[in-house]
Design a protein around this ligand. Sequence first.
Ligand code: SF4
Ligand code: SF4
Length: 248
Amino acid sequence: MRVYGTGLLKGLKVTFKHFFDRKLTEQYPEERPKLYPRFRGRLYIEPEKCIVCSICVRTCPNGVLSLEEGRDETAKKKRLLSYEIDHQYCMFCNLCVENCPAQCLHFNHEFEWATFSRDQLKVVYQGPAPVEGKETPAPTAVQSQPQKAVTGMGEKEADSPGPDDKREKKKEALKTALAKNPAKVLGRYLENQEEAPILAAFLQNQPQRADKLVELMAEDEDKARKVAEALLKQAKKQGLGETGGESR
Ligand code: SF4
Ligand code: SF4
């Protein structure tokens, strides 16, 4: 015998079953979504922390980043004039953030950035104002071009700095990175990266040796590796091996 209305009753049963459950639908935009701490929204830079090393520009696979740098002859160092982020090409891979030695690139939690034109997705940050009395009248502007996606391996930058300048910059970047995350930096020069904290602990009390190692890292990576291994051996002899192992 055919009973009418069973389908309706089944449907109502499901409805009532979920009627008193915890609500899962977010009433956006009235209700703001809960974002995870590591959510990648909009990329931004803290210009005052930037050391103008251009690592981020070279790291970005999509050519999202570009910067303009000037030279402050009085302070004898480069300074950031402007920094451009073209968000429309960013794929949120985080490579630039991970590789910035000064840790001045970050993602915030901003996700509502629909615009009427793509140009509005380009953000230009101005570099920090020069220290009073230290600015040279007209700093030389050098445009750091973003990396081309696949080609351009053999291309030379027209206004590339001299080898001495480059070495100095590399040294500075390495020093900053070493101070912030010694184990990560030293790990690149050791066969067993796990042992990097031992060497880091050893070098903490040996600033002169640390400086020498940084010099070698900037000038001759093979030599730096050999010296790093030798220093590690010394550190182990001093019994830092057990301390480093425990601390991990
Ligand atoms: S997150 Fe990736 S794609 Fe976006 S700017 Fe950084 S390196 Fe480029
Ligand atoms: S990697 Fe960091 S410090 Fe270097 S230019 Fe980019 S933002 Fe500045």
